[in-house]
Design a protein around this ligand. Structure first.
Ligand code: NCD
Ligand code: ZN
Length: 378
């Protein structure tokens, strides 16, 4: 449900007409001030463990009903039994009374056995398997070195169990330019993968390029989807160097050119069912970001809903926001949509400069900036 500010003339839908002094008709969008939508889920989230988990989980739990929890801990979550234990520690860290539901994932390695996929399905708490090409990103050193050579039996079992493969889509060859790694991954790994296993459900995580948009759109049959982060919708690679090196805008896959950002905005605001919300909120302590070798990852959980609303608002597509945040993800995973609601209101607020904890600070995305949309809960 969308509420608008009273307009000087009447009219249905989002486009209304206004008459200026010379009686020229000026087409203008009504100013939407309030939007009530089904509570969103986050289909790509890093919750970490230990102190960091306790620090960050309230931000996700207060905004989202469910989240796909990434398994790149140290050591990684490679078995169902480790995923069950990790889930218990998340449940213990939740604020009292929270109904947040963490959906667990397994970290695929060269050694993962197909039987582990059966156990994962039977557990009722593991919803997907994450492919990190070895060396592609934070804690990916135990990831896959040769998908087709080492993991085919596991992938075949995933088809049988209808278990989605979540893909960090970048090649790791150091000779390949970092800005081309997603495009080349699509050509050399994803295209052959879906040809070989057309029934495998695949989520291309945190897409960053027009090539990824085209690839996902070209896949028929509802087996391939993509998550989209707030940073890849709002920032291009200039944001890494604006006025000096900006470590808090550094994530992987790295931000790309403006034409890529525009293609992603167009795709998500088109109403396509293939694209859904995945923040890739990836907290690191400030000193590990502001360092001579800074970690990749942007902490977006506290601002994500506000930022997605900004993107859809600026594109004149607020009527498409709910499908992206709350329908396309559960529909892809074959899970029920949430019944709880949230209301987003246009009420300016300032993002904190940092969140402080006993172990240090975490700097959120858009720290210190003023945002327009704010979520409110029933
Ligand atoms: C993530 C992290 O820090 O765990 N970092 C990131 O830049 N996105 C890992 C990942 O999803 O690549
Ligand atoms: Zn991630």
């Amino acid at each position: 449900m969308i509420k608008s500010l009273a307009s000087p003339c009447s009219g249905a839908g989002s486009q209304k007409l206004k008459f200026d002094r010379s009686c020229k008709k000026v087409k203008q969008r009504a100013v939407r001030m309030e939007l009530t939508i089904t509570q969103p889920d986050d289909w790509h989230l890093h919750l970490r463990d230990g102190d960091l988990l306790h620090a960050v989980v309230p931000h996700s739990a207060s905004n989202f009903r469910r989240a796909i929890v990434m398994p790149n801990l140290k050591p990684p979550v490679t078995t169902t039994s480790a995923a069950v234990t990790y889930r218990e520690s998340i449940m213990e860290a939740l604020p009292h009374g929270s109904s947040f539901d963490p959906l667990m994932t397994l970290y695929l390695t060269d050694k993962t056995h197909p039987h582990e996929i059966k156990l994962a399905r039977e557990s009722g708490v593991v919803y997907a398997v994450k492919l990190y090409p070895a060396g592609a990103t934070t804690n990916s050193q135990d990831g896959v070195t040769d998908l087709f050579g080492k993991c085919l039996p596991v992938l075949e079992e995933m088809v049988k169990q209808n278990m989605p493969l979540l893909v960090h889509g970048e090649v790791t060859d150091p000779n390949i330019d970092v800005f081309d790694r997603e495009k080349i991954f699509i050509e050399t790994v994803l295209q052959p993968l879906i040809q070989r296993l057309p029934q495998l459900k695949v989520v291309m995580e945190h897409i960053t390029t027009m090539d990824a948009v085209s690839f996902v759109q070209s896949c028929k049959g509802g087996f391939v989807g993509a998550t989209v982060t707030p940073q890849h919708l709002l920032l291009n690679r200039n944001a890494l160097f604006q006025g000096g090196l900006q470590p808090h805008n550094y994530c992987l896959p790295v931000l790309k050119r403006e034409i890529h950002r525009e293609a992603i905005v167009k795709a998500v605001t088109s109403g396509s069912k293939k694209f859904f919300l995945g923040t890739d909120s990836a907290p690191h302590e400030r000193r590990r970001k502001e360092s001579s070798c800074g970690c990749a990852g942007i902490y977006s959980a506290p601002v994500a809903l506000s930022l997605y609303a900004k993107v859809f608002d600026e594109a004149g597509a607020l009527d498409k926001l709910e499908a992206f945040t709350s329908f396309n993800g559960p529909d892809f995973y074959g899970l029920p949509r949430n019944s709880s609601k949230i209301t987003l209101k246009k009420a300016p607020w300032k993002v904190p400069e940092a969140f402080s904890f006993s172990f240090g600070d975490i700097v959120p995305m858009f720290a210190g900036e003023t945002l327009q949309w704010q979520p409110f809960f029933e």
